[in-house]
Design a protein around this ligand. Structure first.
Ligand code: GLN
Ligand code: ZN
Length: 776
């Protein structure tokens, strides 16, 4: 039986973010379209050559995208909302980028609301990854038609370079599942969508393609009857003639959808054996003999080197009975390109890692061991086994003190030990705030000067002392400005922080950071997630000095500002050798120490941001509660070590809480600030319905826009909020941190916000005062 290797997709950004730079030059107008396209073609050619050299038998084509593969699919289908039609008169690059980024026509491109331009498509997370796709938009009566030749062009381009490839298509049912219909059910378009897919498959067959990889990650979700019926209809129709289809599923086990998937008339099926490790036996038992199985055995979502001999133990019996394809669990889009570019990571940790390039080499080793015997790759297998054994025992990873501390946590450590009323009373005395207290979420504009000083410091052009002096001056200026603006609870501004997770990761033990480990987040935006490799502890206080400095400049309460454990976990590459919740509890204990140190230093209010708590929700609803339970437990563990009078704030930058509100309540914060400006306070109904006992700061300033809202608008929003919350429950704050905004916007917006709060205080005061006057 033969074993082959496939890759499912390769990072598009290039080893040195070549695509990012080419895109940004093009958008800035400093290069021509031809230059951008040439860079993209070079990247594709290099990616094919590289994957082939590493040993991939099945090379993907059309996995590349200038911005987003979901957007590419929308363009292929002609799902182009009317507002973009005029951008270049046809579905060219200008239309494409207008859909991706909006078109400003001379305005600020970060402003999606300007009257002078067109808003971008909505963007959201691709399943449970940190990659964002552009949400397809459909309206009633829209006519779809084959509009882009991307797929067949990519196949031909590879062929001209001498590569036989397996083109990658996002499957029709997943595309429809991700689409948003305006007054229409996207699935009403199933028939026309399938017609276009059939045409694309016809083009590919004509061009010579033998196989097509068709991605249907929706198969790992909880499907309804309509989606199931659509899958059956789709593959009945698309498997007639044309290229053979490798139906590709990832990000989880097929679970209840296994028999559905196996019943579809496709020639091959790819299954994720990392997230769905347990499904192999069930798949093997039920898969028809002539179905080509592609086994996703190498983790496409994480950065760990595999234990190859252990994998061979599982794979050898399978390869003895049938042909198999070995692959990463999913596209390699979600991991950095090449570990070899990161020479600065400690060698002990490096030996445990594998990025995209290393993962393909691992697959090639597995193939050779299966086809020619383990002896043919004995050295490589031995090195893999040694690294895996090191990782199981390394002192660097396993810290007995952390384990002991975790084992010794008690229920009391998760409990504030006082009712809301008791805490509120104690905090009112400690803080002395007016009604409708005003505050901000933490960061102030990261200006060009701030970024330059950070870069200068990183490059050694200015020394530690000079950098610290610069940061102190920025902080002092921000504090003085907040007093002048009349804010009630102040923040230090976060000028010293590069990123809200990285800043903490760099000070905690158990994390490493890469220099070149970029992963695409959306479009040209890339991130370098921290790598959590070992037990977490906090060698020293992380924020206390900055807090103390800032509080020393003012008599008003200065909030301590921390990133919460769940958010640190969800935005990092995390350990796969212990449950996520264990890693999260370790982080929680480290943050708990920081919370207590801030309190001991005198902080009367401490904000613990959980910006990414909601996005950690598992793909399948049945797993939600377990996740929420440990996430809440971690938050409580880090927050509950303070006295009654210390006010715990949390912040979440999203507005869909309905399904998780009981868990948000269970976090037991004293104040929560949330994103509501754009949704007109709609979600507050849920808070009211649930009788949320704590205070809420519904964002009244949409910081995602360059627009400066006026006093009246904010008063209107706060009045709406009062329909759901009692006046003494309401805080007044922006939607999120202000780091992406400019001071020229922040100053008037915050001035208006303070004015709005004063207006409300005036009204409420009058309301309570009037009856007394009447009595007199
Ligand atoms: N405190 C952080 C800030 O203000 C919160 C950022 C976030 O929620 N994403 O920037
Ligand atoms: Zn936020």
């Amino acid at each position: 039986m033969t074993v082959t290797v496939a890759t499912l997709g390769f990072p598009r950004i290039g080893p040195r973010r070549e695509l990012k730079h080419a895109l940004e030059r093009y958008w800035a107008g400093t290069t021509a379209q031809a230059d951008l396209l040439a860079t993209a073609a070079d990247l594709r050619a290099a990616n094919w050559a590289r994957q082939q050299a590493l040993g991939a038998d099945w090379l993907p084509s059309a996995d590349f995208s200038l911005y987003d593969h979901v957007l590419d699919t929308s363009l292929m289908l002609g799902a182009i909302p009317d507002r973009y039609a005029a951008a270049d008169g046809q579905a060219g690059l200008d239309t494409y980028f207008a859909m991706a980024r909006g078109s400003s026509r001379g305005g600020d491109t970060s402003c999606a609301h300007g009257a002078s331009g067109t808003t971008a498509l909505e963007m959201t997370k691709w399943f449970d990854t940190n990659y964002h796709y552009m949400v397809p938009e459909l309206v009633a009566g829209q006519r779809l038609a084959l509009t882009s030749e991307k797929i067949v062009d990519a196949y031909r381009e590879a062929k001209a370079l001498g590569h036989e490839t397996r083109p990658v298509l996002l499957g029709p049912v997943t595309w429809l599942t991700l689409a948003k219909g305006r007054d229409v059910d996207p699935f009403d378009f199933l028939d026309s969508v399938l017609g276009i897919y059939a045409a694309v498959l016809g083009q590919l067959a004509h061009a010579g393609a033998q196989w097509v990889q068709i991605d249907e990650p929706c198969l790992v979700l909880d499907l309804d009857d309509r989606q199931r019926a659509a899958l059956e209809l789709a593959y009945e129709r698309l498997s007639r003639g044309g290229p053979k289809l490798m139906l590709t599923t990832y990000f989880g086990p097929l679970a209840d959808n296994l028999s559905l998937a196996l019943g579809l008339p496709v020639a091959g099926l790819h299954v994720d054996l990392v997230r769905g490790a347990d499904q192999l036996d069930a798949v093997l038992a039920a898969a028809p003999a002539d179905l080509l199985l592609s086994l996703g055995v190498i983790d496409g979502r994480n950065v760990w080197r595999a234990d190859l001999p252990a994998l061979l133990d599982r794979l050898e019996p399978v390869a003895a009975t049938r042909d198999i394809v070995l692959a990463p669990s999913c596209s390699l889009l979600h991991v950095p390109v090449d570990l070899a570019l990161d020479t600065a990571i400690d060698p002990e940790v490096t030996q445990w890692l594998a990025f995209a390039v290393q993962k393909i080499a691992e697959l090639a080793t597995l193939r050779q061991a299966l086809n020619d015997g383990r002896d043919s790759v004995a050295d490589t297998l031995a090195a893999s086994a040694t690294a895996a054994a090191n990782r199981r025992t390394a002192a660097r990873i396993h810290d007995p003190a952390v384990a002991a501390r975790l084992a010794a946590t008690t229920p009391a450590m998760r409990d504030r030990g006082a009712s809301h009323a008791t805490r509120q009373a104690a905090q009112a005395v400690a803080l002395g705030l007016p009604a409708f207290p005003t505050t901000t979420i933490g960061s102030f504009p990261q200006t060009a000067e701030v970024r330059r000083a950070r870069a200068d410091h990183a490059a050694g052009r200015i020394d530690d002392a000079a950098y610290a002096a610069f940061l102190r001056a920025e902080t002092a200026r921000a504090v003085a400005w907040q007093e002048e603006a009349g804010l009630d609870m102040l923040v230090h501004g976060e000028f010293e922080r590069n990123d809200m997770v990285q800043y903490f990761g760099e000070q905690l033990s158990g994390f490493v950071f890469t220099r070149a480990g970029w992963v695409q987040s959306y479009g040209s935006r890339c991130v370098r997630p921290p790598i959590l490799y070992g037990d977490v502890s906090r060698p020293a206080p992380m924020t206390v000095d900055w807090w103390r400095y800032a509080q020393g400049l003012t008599d008003r309460p200065m909030k301590g500002m921390l990133t919460g454990p769940v958010t640190i976990l969800n935005w990092s590459f995390v350990r796969d050798d212990q449950p996520r919740e264990d890693s999260c509890r370790q982080i929680a204990l480290a943050i708990r120490d920081e919370v207590r140190d801030l309190e001991a230093a005198g902080a009367r209010a401490i904000q613990i941001d959980e910006a990414a708590l909601r996005e950690g929700l598992p793909l399948s609803h049945r797993d939600w509660q377990a996740y929420l339970d440990w996430a809440v437990d971690c938050f409580r563990l880090c927050a509950a070590g303070v006295g009654h009078a210390t006010q715990i704030h949390t912040h979440m930058c999203y507005s869909e809480f309905n399904a998780i509100l009981p868990s948000i309540g269970a976090m037991d914060a004293d104040v929560i600030s949330i994103e509501t400006a754009r949704s007109q306070m709609e979600l507050l109904a849920a808070f009211a319905g649930y009788r949320y006992p704590s205070a809420v700061g519904p964002g009244v300033y949409d910081i995602h826009s360059a627009r400066v809202p006026g006093v009246e608008e904010m008063v209107r929003l706060l009045t709406l909020a009062q329909a759901h919350l009692s006046p003494d429950q309401i805080w007044v704050n922006p939607d999120c941190g202000l780091k992406t905004r400019r001071w020229a916007e922040v100053r008037p917006a915050i001035a208006a916000m303070v004015e709005a709060a004063r207006t409300l205080r005036g009204r409420t005061a009058k309301a309570t005062w009037q009856p007394a006057e009447t009595v007199a």
